[in-house]
Structures are given as C-alpha cells and as structure tokens.
Design a protein around this ligand. Structure first.
Ligand code: PLP
Length: 385
C-alpha cells in the first residue's frame, strides 16, 4: 500500500500528522485511565488529556467557554443530538438541497412518525441559495435551520454567514454541519451567531475515526440523546444539567481524543489561513487540469475560492465506479466513486443516476499528487472505455 496517492480525504484524512500517531501511542501506553471516573493519577491524566482536546477546539473555533464543546463519536451523532432534541415534540425544520444523509435521514425518520415537517431549500450546483426562499420557508413552527457549510459532493461553500443572519433575525437556531470545513475554513460560531456547530474529528481536524463533537451556544441546550454514567453527581438518578457532562454519558474515546487534540494543534500551528491557501492552490491546479481533459464533466463552482478541496467529475462514457477502480488498480490513486451519502446533493447536481468520481485533498497532499491524477486521467481518456 506504500507509494499510493490518497485523494479520499473528504471520507477521512490519511495520512495524519506524525504528532497524531505519537499522541495516541502515548495515551495507550503511558496514560490508559478512564477520564473523569477514578481519582488515581492515570484517570486524572486521562481527564486532563480530554480537557486539552476541548481547549484546543475552543481555541480553533474561538469559543469562550470550552465546556460548551461536547464530544460525540462523529458528526452524525452531533447532528442527531440537535435534530432529535429540537424536534422531539414536533415542529418544522428548514434544510438545503445539499445536505448529507446525516441531516436528511434523522429528519425523515422524525417526519415518518409524527408531527415533524421540513422544507428543503433548492441550492444551485455552485452552492448558491436565494435568501428570500429561506425567509419564506421559516414559519412560526420552525424550530431549526440546518445547513452544511460545504457540500461533501461538489465541495461548494454555502453562504453560511448570510443564512445565520436570516435565522437570527427570525429567532430560529442554526445548526451548521461543519464536517467538511472544520480545520480548513475559518468558522467562529460565537461571532457568527451560530447556535449549534457539528464537527467530525477524522477529516480535516486530522484526528482518528470515532471522534467528533458539537458546540452548543448558551440558551440553546436540548435534551440529551443518551443518558447514563458521567462520573459526576453519581448519587442522583437525574442526568447532570451542566455541560459537557449533560451530553457525554458513557466512557469517552479518550485514546481518539488524544489524537484529535494533536490534530487540532497541528491545524492551529499551521494556521487555517495557510491550510486554505495550500488546498486552494492544489484545487486550482486540479480544476484547471480537469477542464483541459476532453470529455470531462466537472461539478460545482469553477473558482477554487467558492469551494473546499473537494472536486467531483465524470469522464467520457466511464461509470464512476469503473473509473475509480482503474485509478486504484492501474495507478495506485485512491478516490471515491458512486453516490456520496447525499442523494439530495446528487439530485441538485443531476448525478443521482450516474454518481461521480470525487477527488478530495488535505493539507498533506502535494502538487505532485494532483499532477499524477491528471496524468492518469489524460491517459485513461485516450483509452476506449
Ligand atoms: C457534510 C457531511 N456531514 C456529515 C458527515 C458525517 O460525518 P461522520 O461520518 O464523521 O459522522 C459527513 C461525512 O462525510 C459529511 O461530509
């Protein structure tokens, strides 16, 4: 597997910075205690490690109170927590036509059982959205606006500052799905008036799989998704009412959070601005190269400034799975094909039937990786499918 080129970072980043591997190894060998449970030195150090991860994320997101960042096992769990919490007694939600299944499916499940309804706002393939549609969609019953920060299919960035403003004007909380943007685009929920920000740890924050979380703004607490042991108020049958314990029942993935802490510190040391600049440069090379290959269809905005480092395309008559498999087997290039957990986005792009090949970058990719992909695609385009 060595020597391959990994361009599937929107699924999960690989490789991770060296410091992430070291932090997890150190935790597993040298710490090992259960965070917040016992009073011995291993448990205390484990608790400190989790706190350091929370504080690193608070620095990155410029959140004043780190305890308002709660850990979950991924973005999906964080999104479910808010969607199920806000709509547990019914109500209406507004989402966009670029949402991931981790937003759409929980809403569909609620809508299937009872009093929940929702409106899907139509976006353009470039992530654009008519704010008048949003204003019109919000009714007195609306309890939540949920929106992805960037499409995981096309890479298009959505106008989240404007969406947050409209939601705030109408007194409705905004749930921002930052799974594809945390670590690579500046996001500051307190300054932007975002009530909930869901993130995953294993993408551009460079943590391991099984890590993620949620920022909850003051005044927007919801019922927990899971109840149980927190290591606090153990005498009581009631779930603690303070954060983060209210939402963190059961033993945390401290091994993973040690790695996530190192990943977030890598992002902080490198700087989100530098990460965006590097990925922008690579995305620009990729887009320009793809547009120059005959028979290539590229989806999403033409300018890299309007997207993150995710580019989806199709080539000639190849099916997306056939093309991805040639790239893997003949060239050692890892990309994703088919439908990418977001049928809403595929419908928006007109690729619901065919799917797309998705190449996605991280800060650890090089221009050579992109050039190798373009070279392979040029060769394949000359073959007969
Ligand atoms: C936009 C978006 N939201 C949510 C998720 C879910 O993230 P996770 O699988 O880490 O829960 C993903 C994962 O690809 C995503 O791209």
């Amino acid at each position: 597997m060595s020597g391959d080129i990994y361009l599937d970072n929107a699924a999960t980043t690989y490789p991770k910075p060296e410091s992430v591997y070291r932090a997890m190894d150190r935790f597993a060998r040298e710490v090992g205690g259960n965070p917040g449970r016992s009073g011995h030195h291993r448990a205390l150090e484990s608790g400190r490690e989790v706190l350091r991860a929370r504080e690193a994320l608070a620095r990155l997101l410029r959140v004043t109170d780190p305890s308002r960042i709660v850990f979950t096992k991924n973005a999906t769990e964080a999104l479910n927590l808010v969607i199920r919490g806000r709509l547990r007694d019914g109500g209406h939600a507004v989402i966009t036509s670029l949402e991931h299944n981790s937003v759409w499916r929980p809403l569909e499940a609620l809508a299937g059982h009872g009093d929940v309804t929702y409106t899907v706002l139509q976006c353009g393939a470039d992530g654009s959205l008519d704010l008048a549609d949003l204003r019109e969609a919000i009714t007195p019953e609306t309890r939540l606006v949920a929106c992805t920060h960037a499409s995981n299919v096309s890479g298009a960035l959505l106008p989240v500052a404007e969406i947050a403003e409209v939601a705030a004007e109408r007194g409705v909380p905004l749930l921002l799905d930052a799974a594809q943007t945390a670590g690579r685009v500046e996001i500051h929920p307190e300054e932007m008036g975002i009530a909930y920000l869901a993130f995953t740890g294993h993408k551009e924050l460079f943590g391991p799989q099984g890590t993620g979380g949620l920022y909850v703004a003051p005044g927007w607490d919801v019922e927990p998704l899971t109840y149980g042991g927190t290591g606090s108020r153990s005498e009581s049958s009631l779930q603690p009412d303070f954060l983060p314990d209210r939402y963190e029942s059961g033993t945390l993935n401290a091994h993973g959070l040690a790695g996530l802490r190192a990943g977030v510190e890598y992002v902080l040391e490198t700087g989100v601005g530098e990460i965006r600049r590097h990925e922008g440069e690579l995305t620009g090379i990729l887009l320009e190269g793809l547009y120059s290959i005959p028979g290539t269809l590229v989806y999403g905005p033409r300018e890299w400034e309007k997207r993150v480092g995710i580019v989806s395309f199709n080539l000639g008559e190849y099916s997306s799975s056939e093309l991805a498999s040639i790239l893997d087997q003949d060239y050692g290039i890892c990309v994703r094909s088919g439908l990418h957990c977001s049928p809403l986005a595929h419908r928006t792009l007109g690729t619901l039937r065919r799917g797309v090949v998705r190449a996605s970058l991280s800060h650890l990719n090089t221009p050579q990786d992109v050039v190798a992909l373009l070279h392979a695609l040029r060769e394949i385009s000359r073959r007969k499918p």
